[in-house]
Ligand binder design. Structure first.
Ligand code: MG
Length: 387
């Protein structure tokens, strides 16, 4: 039996790499649903190649162009964010891989969990924003969340066969991004082009900036808290510039397990899709001889304050991580549009975390409200800065 996949965010970096994986295993996986927000040209190509049951374009203005281009193809076509949230409920879907960016992943993921689908989670912001709600829904509906994020896939792989053995702590590795070792004076001046050059991973623009500010690692700490049921003090971060060790678990007896490999997202994607199987691949293999030295250092919280902000938000809990995420999304998009400088991202997040009201146990409506309110407040801050 082939696993039938709904791929949300098929035209992004994880989306296209997921299709690369599926293309290599046509007898194992089948594309049932593709969704994209804006990139209609690529979505058309993908629909023609994979002929899924259904495709959805988030941007409703592109619906007609899409239906015209695919007329004659036996594919159902829908448009709009609500359609993306609803399509995951289709009976014929086995796995929903969530690869959209940011807060937009929340509602489709919640719906997919309620529809009892296995989730391959690439959209970490969903757990950052609404970890408590998601976890509750996962337990109620008895579904699996399989991590696609490389660090969390590493931990998940280290936990295979460990049953109920207690985790003492986990260690998330971080590449340190393109500005590792730089100070605030340097960071003040960095350009968008410099920030978009990640040393090891080829990723979408938003997560590449999050990696440069270290916010990505902060999000990953929060993601790990919910995925593996950990306390904040059980989550350590170590900078490992070569990105060969993808993360580690330390057990109660002091033993450490690490998962290693070349930095290639296709591996964690394949592990999630094929789980619990490991499929044979011809992906390039890692060799110690090519990497005679692997380095490790402390993360620099003084110059990269976003990581400290994320830990603060994780401790404070409630809607604070939602505020953190909304402010980060607003600020990163403003930086991508060259409206603000690199360090303004941190300032905006800090101010939003001060300003927006803290709610201890927010429901879904309160999270949506927090997200809106935070973005609106950040817009006023951004308009004051615009460079
Ligand atoms: Mg990661």
């Amino acid at each position: 039996m082939k696993k039938r996949i709904a791929l949300l965010g098929s035209t992004g970096s994880i989306g296209t790499q997921t299709l690369d994986v599926i293309r290599q295993f046509p007898d194992k996986f089948e594309v049932e649903v593709l969704t994209a927000y804006n990139n209609i040209d690529l979505l058309i190509q993908q629909a023609i190649e994979f002929v899924p049951n259904t495709i959805v374009i988030g941007n409703e203005l592109k619906y007609k162009e899409l239906t015209d281009a695919l007329s004659g193809l036996p594919v159902k076509i829908f448009a709009g964010s609500d359609a993306i949230s609803q399509v995951v409920e289709m009976d014929s879907i086995d796995i929903v891989l969530t690869a959209m960016v940011g807060f937009s992943g929340l509602l489709p993921t919640l719906n997919a969990i309620k529809a009892k689908k296995t989730i391959a989670l690439a959209n970490k912001e969903t757990l950052v924003v609404a970890g408590e709600l998601i976890k509750k829904s996962v337990l109620e509906n008895n579904v699996k969340i399989l991590p696609v994020d490389s660090e969390h896939s590493a931990i998940f792989q280290c936990l295979a066969g460990e049953g109920y053995n207690e985790i003492e702590k986990i260690i998330l590795t971080a590449s340190g991004g393109p500005f590792r070792g730089k100070n605030v004076d340097f960071l003040k001046q960095v350009t968008l082009e410099q920030a978009l050059k990640h040393p090891n991973w080829d990723m979408g623009a938003k997560i590449t900036i999050d990696s440069a500010t270290l916010m990505n690692k902060g999000f990953e700490a929060i993601e790990a808290k919910w995925l593996f049921d950990l306390k904040p003090e059980q989550i350590d971060i170590v900078v490992h510039p070569q990105s060969i060790i993808h993360s580690l678990v330390q057990f109660a007896d002091g033993s450490l397990k690490a998962q290693m490999g070349l930095p290639d997202m296709k591996l964690p994607i394949l592990y999630a899709l094929a789980y619990p199987e490991r499929l044979k691949t011809n992906f390039p293999r890692f060799s110690f001889i090519d990497y005679p030295e692997l380095h490790f250092e402390k993360p620099d919280l003084k110059n990269f304050k976003n990581l400290a902000l994320a830990y603060f938000a994780m401790d404070k809990a409630g809607n604070m991580p939602c505020i953190l995420n909304a402010a980060n999304e607003a600020a990163v998009y403003a930086f991508l549009c060259k409206k603000i400088g690199f360090l303004d991202i941190t300032d905006i997040i800090m101010q939003a975390m001060h300003k927006v009201n803290h709610i201890k146990h927010p429901g879904l409506d309160e999270l949506i409200q927090t997200d809106n309110e935070t973005r609106m407040y950040c817009e006023t801050l951004i308009n004051r800065i615009i460079i």
